[in-house]
Design a protein around this ligand. Structure first.
Ligand code: ADP
Ligand code: ZN
Ligand code: MG
Length: 479
């Protein structure tokens, strides 16, 4: 490529607080529209906001995790604009004395390389409501749901430090994982609790000056961000090749056409007329406050890894894989709460679970084999009800149908046969049906044993207890 990409991110994440940023309304996803609202988050005249301390704690926690300086005092500013999902006609945000500034995040590029991205700032905001557009084409109205209005939100603004699609993909995963590890957000992209906005520009190979950037908003999956980036790199380099100028603008992604489209140019850019929010006091963040937030920091990856090795006697490799993502580590511990074999659980996750998950391209929260289901399968193998091999069949079945493992075993008659006389009679049959093979065995070609075991397993549709088959067959052949 003739040009070098320069990329920066603005990331919004909804905080996991029980209540909204400036009122006592419950925070949640979906539900009957306009049921989690009050005069404050509806922006009624005469109401006064009271800040949510937990949300400020979480913002400090995030700023610290991103190695920012904490500014004190910090305060809120009004960002003025009109939109039907914003009842007050301004969003309470931070523009002047932002809580966290001058940070950075280091992340792994998958191999031994690490990359550092600068964090310009981390600030507190409140989310807007949602517009609902009716399905019918002829409809000439939209509806507004303000359940989300006033949900505590943080925005993280990076420096334009990313240089390739590969770096962007690794960065997004690392950022999401960090936010999950520090437990400030559930990061469900499909529900909008984590949203990426990407800024992209190109410059000539031999210059250090940045080109003009284009911003693409409202992206709700990492896959879409990658598509947008690839599309924009092509579009912008074609424009530069043709001698055209890139104009600063905000663009939107259209999933149907697979293209981005201009939403507004810089000339039309909004002037938000920021000014300090007069209804809220300045917030002094003392060193004691910062210390308390540090003490409340949840277990981070390294600690978790060490604990998995210590508490569950797992090999380092297993602990490494299981703690790579917080949600995988949680899945492991939830499974282990219902069965007592850490290494077996680890093996199942590292092979079956992670493989299916990768193919599904979904979050583990959406995985059809829940920790309880996996624990049941493992317990049934451990107590000899089913064989390990049948266990895999049951796992596949749960994965495909979401049915209860015990029900599947019952319905399909998959219980392991441990009845000695039943196995003995099948062994007898196999010996009678394969005189040549038996002859070979008795002449010293003991390798054929495997074939005979296979025949018994086939006749019992994999249900015979393999240990008993080996014993009984061995005895018969000696005679
Ligand atoms: P604006 O003045 O448009 O608000 P900022 O400098 O505040 O721009 O940056 C906003 C976002 O754009 C940040 O994520 C930043 O990393 C990114 N950005 C800034 N300049 C560029 C550039 N030349 N190319 C790509 N991204 C950029
Ligand atoms: Zn409210
Ligand atoms: Mg800016």
């Amino acid at each position: 490529m003739k040009y070098k990409p320069v990329i920066g991110f603005e990331i919004h994440t909804e905080l996991l607080t029980a209540t909204k940023m400036f009122c006592g309304c419950e925070v949640g996803f979906g539900g009957t529209p306009n049921t989690r609202v009050c005069p404050i988050c509806l922006g009624m005249p005469g109401t006064l906001p009271a800040p949510n301390k937990k949300a400020i704690d979480y913002t400090i926690r995030t700023a610290l995790a991103l190695n920012c300086d904490i500014q004190s005092p910090t305060y809120f500013d009004r960002k003025n604009y009109y939109y039907p999902d914003l009842p007050k006609n301004y969003q309470v945000s931070q523009n002047y004395n932002i809580l966290g500034v001058n940070g950075y995040m280091d992340f792994s590029m998958g191999d031994s390389r690490t990359k550092r991205v600068g964090i310009d700032n981390v600030h507190i905001e409140e989310d807007a409501g949602k517009l609902m557009h009716p399905e019918e084409k002829a409809a000439d109205y939209s509806l507004v749901d303000l359940n989300r209005a006033g949900t505590p939100l943080i925005e993280i603004v990076t420096e334009p430090d990313l240089r390739s699609v590969e770096e962007v993909e690794a960065f997004m995963k690392a950022m999401k994982n960090l936010l999950e590890y520090i437990e400030v957000s559930d990061c469900k992209m499909q529900e909008g609790s984590l949203r990426f906005e990407i800024n992209i520009s190109l410059r000539e190979k031999d210059t250090d000056d940045f080109g003009t950037k284009v911003e693409v908003k409202n992206l709700n999956s990492m896959k879409v961000v990658s598509k947008v980036l690839e599309y924009e790199l092509k579009r912008q380099s074609r424009m530069l090749d043709e001698g055209k100028k890139i104009m600063p603008e905000t663009r939107l992604w259209n999933e149907v056409t697979g293209k981005t489209k201009s939403m507004r140019t810089k000339e039309e850019a909004k002037d938000y007329r920021y000014f300090p929010e007069p209804d809220l006091m300045h917030i002094e963040i003392s060193s004691d406050w910062i210390e308390r937030v540090k003490e409340e920091l949840p277990e981070m990856r390294e600690e978790k890894k060490e604990r998995f090795i210590r508490e569950f006697s797992l090999p380092e490799y297993d602990a490494e894989v299981l703690t790579d993502e917080k949600k995988i580590a949680d899945y492991f511990e939830k499974t282990l709460a219902k069965c007592k074999t850490p290494k077996a659980v680890s093996n199942w996750i590292m092979t079956e679970v992670l493989r299916e998950l990768k193919e599904m391209d979904e979050e583990i929260d959406e995985f059809p084999v829940t920790p309880a289901c996996l624990a049941t399968i493992i317990n049934l193998i451990e107590n000899g009800t089913i064989s390990g091999k049948i266990g895999k069949t049951v796992f596949e079945e749960v994965f495909k149908t979401g049915k209860d493992p015990e029900k599947i075993i019952e319905e399909k008659g998959l219980k392991q046969v441990t009845d000695e006389s039943a196995i003995q009679s099948v062994v007898q049959e196999v010996i009678e049906e394969n005189p040549d093979t038996v002859e070979k065995y008795r002449k010293g070609k003991t390798k054929v044993m495997g074939f005979l075991v296979g025949q018994v397993m086939k006749k019992t549709r994999g249900k015979a207890n393999p240990k008993m088959v080996n014993e009984l067959l061995g005895k018969e052949l000696q005679e």
